[in-house]
Write a protein that binds this ligand. Sequence first.
Ligand SMILES: Nc1ncnc2c1ncn2[C@@H]1O[C@H](COP(=O)(O)OP(=O)(O)O)[C@@H](O)[C@H]1O
Ligand SMILES: [Mg+2]
Length: 253
Amino acid sequence: MSQLRIEHISKSFGRQRVLDDISFTFQPGQVNMIIGPSGCGKTVLLKCILGLIIPEEGRVFFGDVDFLRASPEKKRTILRNLGMLFQSSALFDSMTVGENVAFPLRVFTQQNENEIQSRVAYCLERVGLAGTQNKYPAEISGGMKRRVGLARAIALNPRYLFCDEPNSGLDPLTARRIDQLIREITEEFNTTTVVVTHDLKSVVEMGQRILFLYEGRAEWQGDRKELLQNVHALPSNLRAFLMASGLVHSEKI
Ligand SMILES: Nc1ncnc2c1ncn2[C@@H]1O[C@H](COP(=O)(O)OP(=O)(O)O)[C@@H](O)[C@H]1O
Ligand SMILES: [Mg+2]
């Protein structure tokens, strides 16, 4: 069930149409990116996919399950297969690193303490944080917190991994390291990964399938090669976005 497809998603807040008829297919084993300037609707789209915001129109299919209309049991099965990395890491400050990573295992599985601890150790090791179980979030750096968030997101071995601005607030080197980790994990576990970002350097680092949103419309979709090698063929808003990022210079356009 690991293909994820959205069809004709539209959402308004009051009179503002924040998403206008968005359709896209997210591929398994790939980093699928939703990109665009701040305020273009990326986070709202992600929340629609996760059922946290209900769109006025459109459907979200996890495999062949119509998620928004699914029974509570089917929804729970899908939720059990989702991992999420939030913008702020969203760790529980009163819990240790180990307990943060253990949290979804305690909520969603019947694993015993030994199984939980060994899964926690595995996930922390996978993100380069072996042995940090007993630290508290306040004792570790922003980049480490993001890694703990990623370890927690993969604890349940999810089929789908969602990350909203996974690099925000990190220095460039740490940001690239997080990008690389997300890409490695995607390929290793064959997850359908969806990354929301305004950071085009992330696209270069890990993007495979790309959806460009502009003022709530899907202005372009394609793969990374098409995005970076054929800049003059892109819509003007996307070209402007690329240029503003400094990744593409005006003489190339
Ligand atoms: N709960 C809400 N109520 C009203 N407007 C909202 C709400 N959430 C988001 N918006 C508006 O929707 C637009 C898109 O927001 P968002 O998806 O957060 O942008 P971004 O692309 O930066 O993630 C913005 O204009 C924002 O102000
Ligand atoms: Mg956002």
